[in-house]
Design a protein around this ligand. Structure first.
Ligand code: HEC
Length: 133
């Protein structure tokens, strides 16, 4: 009987770890981020201005690298936390698709401006149907 108790205890710990891992994973995605969900309810107005003046040059649909319609890239990128995405946008980086310039070249943008333009990007990209690849 003792062994059954042990197994049961073991199984409940595993279940708990699994549940915590799932919850964390969900919270990490930009699409489940509470700030993103708030953004969806807002008017999105100033983010669109920044998007149109800066980000659109490299991220509008139909652009080879790396337009919002390239959904396999953006669906994958959306799994990052807002903190990681913000850090990459703020500092810039060189990825395999090219150079993401510091702050998307919007040096006067505030933290909130940049976050909103990130939300705008993922919001627009989400309107495109998933690619099969
Ligand atoms: C000069 C071109 C250029 C401009 C302007 C630009 N980007 Fe990018 N961005 C890129 C490229 C290229 C990548 C892909 C790098 C890679 O992952 O290979 C990228 C990647 C990203 C990513 C993915 C980051 C990640 O960690 O997955 C985000 C988010 C992003 N850009 C947001 C923005 C926003 C918001 C703006 C406007 C404020 C902007 N970009 C302006 C070229 C640009």
């Amino acid at each position: 009987m003792k062994i059954f108790n042990k197994i049961q205890k073991f199984l409940s710990i595993i279940t708990l770890i699994f549940m915590v891992a799932c919850v964390n994973k969900k919270e990490n995605s930009i699409y489940d981020n509470s700030e993103y969900l708030e953004f969806l309810k807002s008017s999105k107005s100033n983010s669109f201005e920044i998007w149109e003046s800066y980000c659109i040059t490299c991220h509008k649909s139909g652009i080879d690298k790396i337009g919002i319609d390239q959904t396999s890239y953006w669906r994958n990128s959306s799994k990052n936390s807002l903190e990681d995405l913000y850090e990459n946008v703020y500092n810039g980086y060189e990825g395999k698709n090219g150079i993401m310039p510091k702050r998307g070249a919007c040096y006067e943008c505030s933290e909130q401006d940049l976050k909103n333009s990130i939300f705008q990007l993922f919001f627009l990209s989400d309107q495109f149907p998933n690619e099969d690849n």
